[in-house]
Design a protein around this ligand. Structure first.
Ligand code: BG6
Ligand code: MG
Length: 218
């Protein structure tokens, strides 16, 4: 039986995936890499430095910058991103999410956060949602980022649960792959073609209810 939920943050709980994209788009323009939707999707769930390397590799520019210059570009992206995060309020919680978290808590499920973002504690605080999550995986402690299963495996472990007793919720293909690799049931939120590997697909967060999940698992 399912006892816990392991949540991604950006693009699942809140609309920050749009902010990450906006902030990276500015960096891509600066280094002369053409931005498109496929690149934006490929960056979802991917750590800060891995994202920068993916952007540069798109136009074979990965060797055009020193490590120091790369760190400066990643810092510039994060500064762009933080300007957007600092304007966030609970109005940035995606539709249905607060009610879903409330319901999960009332039904006794354990909740953890498996976000690749080092900014996730700040984002949760801005949304007023910090108290829903018993534990969070510290992304700085990971050896491998998504799509590696490590982060979702740890998301179950910190709740003292077997992965098979957990459902992972993601908006990124890399994240769904991580959930599946960890041996959890995967829910993909967004384009079902991009997230075809998920056990359950919902096109948006408003569909995320226990009743819909139970119906999909039957
Ligand atoms: C993920 C986002 O949650 O966190 C990615 O989907 C982002 O877009 C990654 O790059 C790392 O975030 P941060 O805040 O540590 O740069
Ligand atoms: Mg995400």
């Amino acid at each position: 039986a399912i006892k816990g939920f392991v949540f991604d943050l950006d693009g699942v709980i809140t609309d920050t995936s749009v902010f990450h994209s906006q902030a990276w788009h500015q960096v891509a323009d600066k280094v002369g890499v053409k931005w498109d939707d496929t690149l934006a999707d490929a960056l979802k769930g991917i750590s800060r430095m891995d994202s920068l390397n993916l952007i540069l590799a798109k136009d074979h520019k990965e060797n055009d910058f020193t490590e120091e210059e790369k760190v400066a570009l990643a810092t510039e992206k994060n500064d762009n991103y933080l300007k957007l995060v600092n304007q966030m309020t609970p109005a940035n919680i995606l539709p249905g999410i607060q009610a879903f978290l409330e319901d999960l808590k009332a039904q006794g499920y354990l909740l953890s956060l498996a976000s690749a973002s080092k900014n996730s504690p700040l984002v949760l605080k801005k949304l007023g949602l910090s108290d829903y999550f018993t534990k969070s995986v510290d992304p700085a402690s990971l050896k491998h980022g998504k799509p590696d299963p490590e982060i979702f495996r740890r998301g179950a472990e910190i709740l003292n649960l077997d992965p098979a007793a957990c459902i992972g919720v993601e908006d990124a293909a890399a994240g769904v792959q991580s959930i599946n690799g960890a041996g959890e049931t995967s829910i993909g939120i967004g384009d079902p073609q991009v997230l075809a590997a998920a056990d359950i697909n919902f096109t948006d967060t408003a569909q995320l209810t226990l009743a819909n999940i139970k119906a999909a698992l039957d």
